[in-house]
Design a protein around this ligand. Sequence first.
Ligand code: GGG
Length: 356
Amino acid sequence: MNKQIILLPGDGVGKEIMEAAKVVLNTVASEFGHRFTFHQHAIGGDAIDQYGTPLPEDTIKACHNADAVLLGAVGGSKWDSLPAHLRPEKGLLGIRKSLGLFANLRPIKGFAPLLHASPLKEEVVKGNDIMIIRELTGGLYFGKPSERRDNGNAVVDTLSYQRSEMERIIDKAFQTARLRSNHLTSVDKANVLESSRLWREIVNEKQQDYPDVTVEHLLVDAAAMKLITQPTQFDVIVTENLFGDILSDEASVLTGSLGMLPSASIRTDGVGLYEPVHGSAPDIAGKGIANPLGMILSAALMLKHSFQMEVEAAEIEEAVQQCLEQGYHTADLKIAGGKQVSTKEITEIVVENLTT
Ligand code: GGG
């Protein structure tokens, strides 16, 4: 297959981990006889520095015409003093919105060699496998107005959703639950927020269409606690934008490191965007020590979801698993008796595992 892939490395460690994903994808291409053509574009702080905007028109156009998009990370204190509309994060939110990517799938799957590093008891974490589905184009991140008032002494952010935006993500969650264990946990704050009350109503209405799926409603504070005390109680979790952003970072402790988590941002059809859950980590950028595995696993998600290359994706996941079993890990991970290696070295080990 011949595929056009847009690369948006972004800021901080984004460039280093994107290079790792590219090397792995080139290996998959030569092993399986595919042709991946990469086109690199600017986003986030990198785009602000080059073009004065976090999301240049040229980047938007390229993404709309691509087969899939890979993104590294955006953000950094360098751009902290810029006005809100010029923040690097506006580039990421803007491209998700422009591509209509309403569903963010965040699989939380622990690799066995890392599980002892979890702060939880091994028997709790073992076998843990959760899919967090985060709504991605509405809620507090997009509501207007969002501004300072009274000379900066007051502030307003707006949480706004259309019924249709809630319906489509909740549908996606029920469909995903059907493909897994037929259990769905819906997370909201219905005891306080009107938006959450509509959300809960819609989940209950939709359940009539999916009678084979059992539904549990949880308030977000209770969900946050249960996620790290009883993670095996969860299979598919669906929630709105902000709650999903926070809960999926929290769930990363189950896997040993935030650096391990991939994500897919998708719509019903059309181009998908794949990125690690972690941010730009400016404190370690340029040192060659960042963990590229979340980015490499995001590339595997791209192969599976956008190109239906199930076998190729499974090979990448297997190569990552083997690398950890061999004891190789980056600075953010702990493996008893293991060997700490650099971004480049761990990528080479994944490639070696792919080719042997
Ligand atoms: N690769 C993820 C990333 O760059 N995260 C930084 C960020 O802006 N996160 C906000 C969000 O994911 O909504």
